[in-house]
Design a binder for this molecule. Structure first.
Ligand SMILES: [Cu+2]
Length: 249
């Protein structure tokens, strides 16, 4: 009996430690963003052999361009909100948009994916499309990609996907990560770390008083065919429906 009890305590302790670690990572990501990614680079160095790898290596140079060596191409910047919205409606020729089944099929091995984050209501106003049923709570948050809300993305295997993530929300922090683990997601979406493909910091909301938004760029490659998901790691967002499906063939 004593043995069984201590094992249960150990499991509870491990879960607590996992929650504390995830909270710590989120705080560090926020601090890293605030300080121009100085901390992020440090973490990326420490974790370069770990699961985050060089994807985490945020650049400190804004528009300065590529940072570091192979795979270390993440950059952060500010972008004008109206330019960001125009950019979002500038759909590339290799992106085939099917509003009827909320799907975008990409026919290129070099893809630029502009991902906007915002509240569901703003997404509906911007696109005049409806969100998928799982993300229809008007107090929730959503992704807008090529004029659709949380669309399914069909992407060729091994395609180079340049993600341009822009937070157009007026009040909430967001990010977009990609993973093999699908919904349902918990308030703290720790399950998403299993099968993680890409990771980025959680970035601040836009400033509508001066018309500028936060942007973060990184590159993702899906080396294996299958079903993947993109989601926001900010606590509660993916749980309330801020996610979409990726089909790699
Ligand atoms: Cu979010």
């Amino acid at each position: 009996m004593a043995r069984r009890k201590s094992s249960a305590i150990n499991q509870t302790s491990l879960l607590l430690i996992a929650v504390i670690l995830l909270l710590a990572v989120i705080v560090i990501l926020l601090l890293g963003y605030a300080s121009g990614f100085g901390i992020m680079n440090g973490i990326a160095d420490m974790m370069s052999s770990g699961m985050f790898g060089s994807i985490m290596n945020g650049g400190s140079g804004g528009y300065a361009g590529m940072m570091g060596g192979t795979g270390s191409s993440a950059t952060s910047a500010r972008i004008n909100i109206s330019i960001a919205e125009a950019h979002a409606n500038d759909i590339p020729s290799y992106a085939h948009v099917y509003p009827n089944n909320n799907t975008i099929a990409f026919s290129s091995s070099n893809i630029t994916l502009v991902v906007l984050a915002m509240g569901v209501q703003r997404a509906v106003n911007l696109t005049r499309e409806q969100p998928p049923s799982y993300d229809s709570n008007s107090s929730g948050n959503a992704f807008v990609i090529d004029g659709l809300i949380d669309p399914t993305l069909a992407i060729p295997q091994d395609a180079i996907v340049r993600v341009e993530f822009i937070n157009l929300d007026s009040s909430e922090y967001h990010n977009v990560i990609m993973t093999a683990t699908g919904p349902p997601y918990q308030y703290m979406p720790m399950s998403a770390m299993n099968g993680i493909v890409s990771m980025m910091p959680i970035i601040p909301h836009a400033d509508y008083s001066n018309g500028s938004a936060s942007e973060y760029n990184y590159t993702a490659v899906f080396g294996n065919a299958g079903t993947y998901w993109y989601l926001c790691m900010y606590p509660g967002h993916a749980q309330m429906g801020m996610y979409g499906k990726i089909i790699v063939t």
